[in-house]
Each structure stands twice: as structure tokens, then as C-alpha cells.
Design a protein around this ligand. Structure first.
Ligand SMILES: Cc1ncc(COP(=O)(O)OP(=O)(O)O)c(N)n1
Ligand SMILES: Cc1nc(C(=O)O)sc1CCOP(=O)(O)O
Ligand SMILES: [Mg+2]
Length: 210
């Protein structure tokens, strides 16, 4: 299994408010074919975040899935995650690398800007993320990005490319055809009636389009 390819599932502290729901939803996503899991909890409950990050790390390791923490380099280090996803206002890539080591996976948000992706790649990012490609229920104010950006990025970057923002089963193939190696999804996956079936549908989008 390519650890940086396919469906990239991002958790949500509103849709999955307690430990049991979080673990159950993520397990269903994994069974449906999610390759990468990101723990994204925007609360300031340090104790809960540490506990949940450790639980998810165990689950992902047991299923041989890539586990990444959003924003928090120290939490990624403490819970033993494979890596961290950092935005333009989060820690610097150099700090994340120093803290997590040479083998850690460091992903970087690049919004709609190739120049940010170039800088991130030069600084050692393992993947770059662009978005938002469609209106997002999770982040309604995310700046829009054009699909053409994915093809342009593919032609100049050698690291994997993530597409994010409002991705659904219906529009996923547009991002894959345009050049995305991974599609990062919150709402359309974790608010689905059957998370496993929805993850399968996203995973199939890669088989049909590559
Ligand atoms: C895979 C992926 N791509 C982009 C983001 C957004 O990161 P950021 O801009 O730091 O915003 P927050 O997620 O922290 O609100 C992401 N988390 N994951
Ligand atoms: C966390 C995040 N970052 C974005 C960006 O554009 O950088 S869009 C987004 C939310 C993704 O959730 P959904 O799949 O529900 O739209
Ligand atoms: Mg962030």
C-alpha cells in the first residue's frame, strides 16, 4: 500500500465528539479503504487531544495506515504519529523536522499558491495540499482554488499532491484526473450514512481515474 496515496480522511471534533465515536468512525473509514488518517481537533482540551491521538495512533498502526496530527508538532511527537500537517500559520517545517526526525511525514497547506508549494518542497515537505476546490461545509471561508492548479503542480513538483475542500464522491474524480495523488475529506466522509461504503466509493474513484 502506498502510504501517501488515495483517500485521506480527516477527523472532525464536532462530527466525532467522544472517543468511542471517533474510533468507530475512523475504523469504518479504514475498512472502506482510507490510506491516511489526520487527527484534526480544534478544541483546547489538551488531555482529550493527547488521549485521542494515542488511541488513533494505535488503531492506525494496527491497520498499517499513515497517521498524521493536524497543527500540533508536539502532540505528534508525544503520541508517536507518523507525522504532522502544518498550515501557513502553524509551526515551521524546519521545527517539525527537527522535532519529529528524518523519517516523519510532514504535510503543508499551500492554499492556491504554487510558490508556497515550491518553498515547502525545498524545505523538505513530504506532501503539499491545495484547496479549497469546492465549497466546504467544514471550512466555509476557505479560499477557492482552481482545478488547473493540480496539473501545474504535478508538472513541477516531485512530492505527492493532496486536494482538499468540499470533495465528494461526485466531484472526487475531477481532482484525481487533474493530478491529485490524495483526496482529503471531512464532511462527505464522516457525515455519511455508511462511512465504510462512502470510503469505498472514494477509494474506487482512484481505480477509475488512474
Ligand atoms: C491535508 C490537509 N490539507 C489542508 C489542511 C488545512 O490546514 P490549515 O490551513 O493549517 O488549516 P486547519 O486544518 O489547521 O484549520 C489540512 N488540515 N489538511
Ligand atoms: C481543513 C480544510 N482545509 C482546507 C483548505 O482549503 O486548506 S478546506 C478544509 C476542510 C475540508 O473539509 P470538507 O471535506 O468537509 O470540505
Ligand atoms: Mg493548521
Amino acid at each position: 500500500m502506498n502510504p501517501l496515496h488515495g483517500l485521506y480522511a480527516i477527523t472532525d471534533n464536532t462530527l466525532m465528539p467522544d472517543d468511542q465515536t471517533l474510533l468507530s468512525y475512523v475504523q469504518q473509514a479504514i475498512l472502506g479503504g482510507a490510506h491516511v488518517i489526520q487527527y484534526r481537533d480544534k478544541t483546547s482540551d489538551t488531555e482529550k487531544r493527547y488521549r485521542q491521538a494515542r488511541l488513533l495512533n494505535e488503531l492506525c498502526r494496527a491497520h498499517n495506515r499513515t497517521f498524521v496530527i493536524n497543527d500540533d508538532v508536539q502532540l505528534a511527537h508525544q503520541c508517536g504519529a507518523h507525522g504532522v500537517h502544518i498550515g501557513q500559520k502553524d509551526s515551521a517545517i524546519e521545527i517539525a523536522r527537527q522535532t519529529l526526525g528524518a523519517n516523519a511525514i510532514i504535510g503543508v497547506t499551500c492554499h492556491d499558491q504554487l510558490s508556497l508549494a515550491n518553498s515547502a518542497a525545498l524545505a523538505g515537505a513530504d506532501y503539499v495540499a491545495f484547496g479549497a476546490f469546492f465549497p466546504s461545509k467544514t471550512k466555509p471561508n476557505a479560499k477557492p482554488a482552481p482545478l488547473s492548479l493540480l496539473g501545474e503542480a504535478k508538472s513541477i513538483l516531485s512530492c505527492p499532491i493532496v486536494a482538499i475542500g468540499g470533495i465528494t464522491v461526485d466531484n472526487a474524480s475531477q481532482t484525481i484526473t487533474a493530478g491529485a495523488d490524495m483526496i482529503a475529506v471531512v464532511h462527505s466522509l464522516f457525515a455519511a450514512e455508511s462511512i465504510t461504503q462512502q470510503a469505498e466509493a472514494f477509494a474506487h474513484a482512484f481505480n477509475w481515474n488512474e
